[in-house]
Design a protein around this ligand. Structure first.
Ligand code: C5P
Length: 439
């Protein structure tokens, strides 16, 4: 059982857990336990196949709810458990998580099959659907499975990629179900800004949470947006590099939100393990030079640029083609400045284009942020302080202050990076408030 001391808070959350017929179904017991320990209510929906791997009694006991499998009730339709239960469940939940999700169930979910309590509920659910695939390596990499996962993503569903490692077949590769604690973390992140199903009374309202209508608005339709995210890597030799701990989360959330609002979004991403947000055109790069080239190529067409990448300021002058030997007691590295991507954009800024930079400052944040607005000809800069808890690198939350070139500033509260992305886009796409310093 993983460590439960650092579990996220899922109090009052209602989770539907779909369990399907993979050997990884045994991990569903731990998953139910972690979810309930986090405060969530859990309703398990199992396929017939899953019950060959783990008993409904086990999952029912851990979740303290009867496990549901069949879409048709045993008794007459007037009994508890009538045939409309899948609709009620879909309304009841905050999130439907399918873990493990077999290739078979993924295919059914992709194509709208409706032959079990799990698939029928998925089809009628207004809450988001998150799938955690688990299968053998070759089944996972098969074009059909990958196509299905891509379709699910494009439909607005959440796909947690399978993990790499030993598989039940004896093969090694990608196909393992992500660990239960990682799934619980992801559940918490996905739900961070969503209203609670428990607070809604929408049994009679028309569906407004189907994936296709989950876009909050289309206020950015017709706009071209360029976002950069993640770290860059500057090679010293084939196996070593200069880099930083950026995960890319902030920029990915900005790209996700802009696409949700209807913008045409290009995301230039440094090395990161994040999934491409739905509807976003992603360009992967490694070094600052590569990021610079990718951005310059697109700069004239874009209306809004958000440079959230943690770009390396220096790169080794002479990276070695072969692994450096440790012959010297001391090693002096010769570095040169990398191009300032944002400053170059600022120099060629066209009318109507909005440039947003990020500043990560440990000292004199506001002064440095304002200086960067001037030096790089920015419209906005987003200041965060990596030494503050819950802000900066590697966290799912952030606390930032926005500064506008005209002097306006606004301090936002500590919130998820998704909420920061929404607030940021709200601010930079609307007229600047005239009141000075809302902080
Ligand atoms: O590193 P610095 O504090 O100057 O970064 C401020 C902004 O400039 C960030 O948005 C960062 O992405 C961008 N930047 C850049 N090219 C660099 C360094 C930083 O575009 N070489």
């Amino acid at each position: 059982m993983p460590d439960t001391s650092s579990l996220p808070d899922l109090d009052r959350r209602r989770i539907l857990l779909g369990v399907t017929g993979s050997i990884a179904a045994y991990k569903a017991a731990v998953l139910v336990r972690l979810l309930t320990k986090s405060g969530a209510e859990v309703q398990v929906l199992m396929t017939e196949g899953a019950s060959r791997f783990i008993s409904p009694l086990t999952l029912g006991t851990l979740s303290e709810r009867e496990v549901l499998t069949d879409i048709f009730p045993d008794g007459p339709a007037t009994d508890e458990g009538s045939w409309t239960k899948h609709v009620d469940l879909g309304l009841w939940a905050d999130l439907l998580v399918v873990a493990p999700a077999t290739a078979q169930t993924l295919a059914k979910l992709t194509h709208g099959f409706c032959d079990s309590m799990l698939t029928a509920t998925a089809l009628s659910a207004r809450c988001p659907l998150m799938v955690c695939p688990a299968m053998d390596r070759d089944m996972y990499t098969h074009p059909s499975t990958q196509r299905n996962l891509e379709t699910l993503r494009a439909d607005g569903h959440i796909v947690m990629p399978a993990a790499h490692g030993e598989l039940a077949s004896g093969l090694v590769g990608q196909g393992r179900m992500p660990e239960p604690d990682a799934i619980v973390e992801r559940v918490a992140t996905e739900l961070a800004d969503r209203p609670y199903a428990a607070d809604r009374d929408d049994h009679n309202t028309p569906p407004d949470e189907t994936p296709s209508s989950r876009k909050p608005n289309d206020s950015m339709a017709g706009r071209e947006v360029l976002v950069t995210a993640g770290p860059t890597q500057e090679p010293l030799d084939p196996v070593r590099m200069l880099t930083n701990p950026s995960t890319g989360t902030m920029g990915f959330e900005v790209a996700r939100e802009a696409a949700r609002r209807g913008a045409s979004v290009t995301l230039v991403a440094g090395p990161t393990s994040l999934d491409t947000p739905p509807g976003v055109n992603r360009v992967d790069v490694r070094t600052t030079e590569e990021m610079h080239a990718a951005v310059q190529q697109r700069r004239t067409d874009v209306d809004l640029v958000v440079m959230a990448a943690a770009v390396a300021d220096y790169t080794p002058v002479d990276p070695s083609d072969s692994k450096r030997k440790k012959d010297e007691e001391e090693l002096v590295l010769h570095l040169r400045r990398t191009p300032d991507i944002l400053e170059t954009l600022g120099k060629h800024k066209r009318a109507g284009q909005t440039l947003v930079g990020f500043a990560l400052e440990t000292d004199d944040g506001p002064e440095n942020a304002r200086r960067k607005i001037d030096r790089k000809s920015l419209d906005w800069i987003v200041l965060n302080n990596p030494s503050e808890s819950g802000a900066g690198f590697g966290t799912t939350t952030n606390r930032v202050t926005l500064f506008h070139r005209d002097g306006y500033s606004e301090a936002l509260p500590l919130q998820s990076k998704r909420a920061v992305a929404r607030a940021l886009l709200d601010r930079v796409t609307r007229p600047v408030p005239t009141t000075q310093d809302a902080s």
